[in-house]
Design a protein around this ligand. Sequence first.
Ligand SMILES: [Zn+2]
Ligand SMILES: [Zn+2]
Length: 87
Amino acid sequence: MVATLGIRAAAKSRRAKAHRLRYPEKVIAVRLLNDAVYGGKLRRSVFCEECGLPKKTQGHHEDYDKSLEVNWLCKNCHAELHIEREL
Ligand SMILES: [Zn+2]
Ligand SMILES: [Zn+2]
């Protein structure tokens, strides 16, 4: 017998894996960016470039080949941008 939670968790991890396989260049770019931030080469902005509010920001890549060229966006603005692009 398999618990309901187990099935849902498995489905979620399968989707995450499929996503990684579809967008490998994105995964690589995000990893390089994070390495640069943690290594002190790049500073994460404390302000969102879209709404200008002081928030925890995420690096948004316009071009995944340029892993260190990002726009720093808060979670909300970043999500909105991707929803617009992918529609
Ligand atoms: Zn924002
Ligand atoms: Zn993005």
